[in-house]
Design a protein around this ligand. Structure first.
Ligand code: NAD
Ligand code: DAU
Length: 334
């Protein structure tokens, strides 16, 4: 499709800001970011970008008047804004309902009124989890079976998008991606938490035995996949995004430690997450064969080393959030 002006919700967050960097670097689209700058949003993540092609709007996706105006001024919406952290959703689910459900509903209603193309960013967590030895991975046909308040609100938001396509003819697509890593990720998340712990002289913290498997993809590969769906995806369809990056948490924490020149066993086991999903794994055949997408970051060790370097060089970006994040985890025994 022809896009000239893209509305990116949540563009000051981790994956949204990576997407804005990618779009401004690889296309000639202009970008409008709508972001509420919650604890997870950071304007510094958008520094250094061409200001004549980027407009930042500080606002909430549940603000129907604001959303209606911005959606009406853009050719397409890419909807990243969400409450995104499972541990927070176990502590206080309410903001997840407000943003992930009501916020998505508010955007869909605006897209419906204006006939605007809509792409919804979602997660593989809507499918629940897999056994470690399950030969099947998640596909577009896997039934929904979310475990946490976070993943159930993302599942609800996906179903709203499907209903708005079928009942109201909204021109929407959905993508469900696996675990992202890369620059600009909040220190509450697994990889940045452990990297910044090591930088601060704190031992990394592994939930339970660390056997849980996540399917890692670099955020820049997520961005190129979203552009492929926006450009060539079939309206009403869902595309799974993943880069064959399955690793268990114990291996990842040990890799972080050795990458940073520390002994591989210099970490602590802490209280496990309630309802902790065991394994996620994405089969991205559809995206690769139908839309011709290929990930560029195929070497996790190299991508992780570059991410470690980024956190080493950007302490001013992450330090303001570090103490409060660790105080939250300490209060949970994590
Ligand atoms: P994040 O928490 O880093 O960023 C979320 C952004 O949304 C922040 O900038 C925040 O200020 C903004 N926001 C929150 N509530 C808002 C509201 N009511 N109105 C406007 N802005 C609001 O999240 P992330 O990890 O970048 O995830 C982005 C999206 O990608 C989410 O939809 C998430 O479900 C999805 N996703 C994440 C991953 C992952 O590995 N992190 C994987 C697959 C899908
Ligand atoms: O799969 C996609 C999802 O990936 C996204 O939808 C979510 O928004 C994103 O946060 C992420 O969810 P996870 O719960 O998998 O990510 P998190 O970084 O919180 O944890 C990754 C794994 O590491 C998980 O098994 C829990 C574990 N963990 C996490 C932290 C913060 C630890 O062992 N120690 C920790 O300190």
């Amino acid at each position: 499709m022809t896009v000239t002006r893209l509305l990116v919700t949540g563009g000051a967050g981790f994956i949204g800001s990576n997407f804005v960097h990618h779009v401004l670097g690889h296309t000639d689209h202009d970008v409008v970011v709508l972001d509420a700058l919650t604890y997870a949003g950071n304007r510094a993540s958008l520094e250094g970008l061409p200001q004549d092609r980027l407009q930042f709007v500080h606002g909430d996706i549940t603000d129907a008047d604001l959303v209606d105006r911005l959606v009406g001024e853009c050719d397409a919406v890419v909807h990243y804004a969400a409450e995104s952290h499972n541990d927070n959703s176990l502590d206080n689910p309410r903001p997840f309902l407000d943003t992930n459900i009501i916020g998505t509903y508010t955007l869909l209603e605006a897209a419906r009124r204006h006939g605007t193309r809509f792409h919804h960013i979602s997660t593989d967590e809507v499918y629940g989890d897999l056994e470690l030895d399950d030969p099947e991975r998640f596909t577009e046909q896997t039934p929904y079976n979310p475990s946490s308040p976070y993943s159930s609100t993302k599942a609800g938001s996906d179903l709203l998008v499907r209903a708005w396509v079928r009942s109201f003819g909204v021109r929407a697509t959905i993508s469900n991606c696996s675990n992202n890593y890369g620059p600009y990720q909040h220190v509450e998340k697994f990889i940045p938490r452990q990297v910044t712990n090591v930088l601060r002289g704190i031992r990394p913290k592994l939930y339970g035995a660390g056997e849980n498997v996540r399917d890692w993809i670099h955020a820049d590969d997520h961005s190129s996949a979203v552009l492929a769906v926006l450009d060539r995806g079939v309206i009403g369809e869902t595309y799974l995004i993943g880069a064959d990056g399955e690793r268990n948490n114990k291996d990842v924490v040990e890799l972080i430690l050795t990458t940073m020149g520390r002994p591989a066993d210099a970490y602590d086991h802490v209280t496990d997450r309630a309802g902790h999903d065991l394994r996620y794994a994405i089969d991205s055949t559809r995206l690769r064969t139908e839309l011709g997408w290929t990930p560029q970051f195929q070497d996790f060790e190299a991508g992780l080393a570059a991410t470690v370097d980024w956190y080493r060089e950007h302490e001013a970006w992450w330090a303001p959030a570090k103490d409060a994040t660790e105080a939250f985890y300490a209060s949970k025994g994590q």
